[in-house]
Design a protein around this ligand. Sequence first.
Ligand code: SF4
Length: 180
Amino acid sequence: MDQMLNQYGVPSDEGMTEARKTSHACVALPTCGLALAESERVFGQVMDEIDQILRELQLEKEPILIRMAGCPNGCSRPYNADISFVGRAPGKYAFFVGGSMTGDRLVGLEKKVVELKEIPAVVKTYLEEFVARRQDGEIFSEYWGRTHQPGPRPVPEQFHLELAERSARLAATSQNGGVE
Ligand code: SF4
């Protein structure tokens, strides 16, 4: 079976980082008509770059859950990952950190918008902090719970805030006779 998998280019988990083994993305474009941004099609490349950072920081054996979704529906369960990216618009993602490995803590919003190309550099800053501040034997999930207050919980308004603000401004303007 291994021989056949190799023959057809199916990757094996040999040599993969722990984070890579557990990482996942939803299908998003072109399969899912609800997608606001790419997910599965770009995730391999994103993880290649994150893998390189994990190896540089000697974190290749660390269980860190990294997930990406193409829209706020979150089919890849980004809201309880350690680190996750949720599509807001083409090439733009909301960035969340801090879900718990045991599933009893949701992520918090760290950045409302991160560009696709910025993702590896953004993740690197969080991993460097983990290396600098972790205690002996602590996994990312435990370290985050010990050292950080939970960020804003994922709610739909995080994805539609600008629209909500614009609607409120327009409503106020119309009440004011068209003067902003
Ligand atoms: S998270 Fe959104 S884009 Fe991804 S599969 Fe689910 S509905 Fe589609």
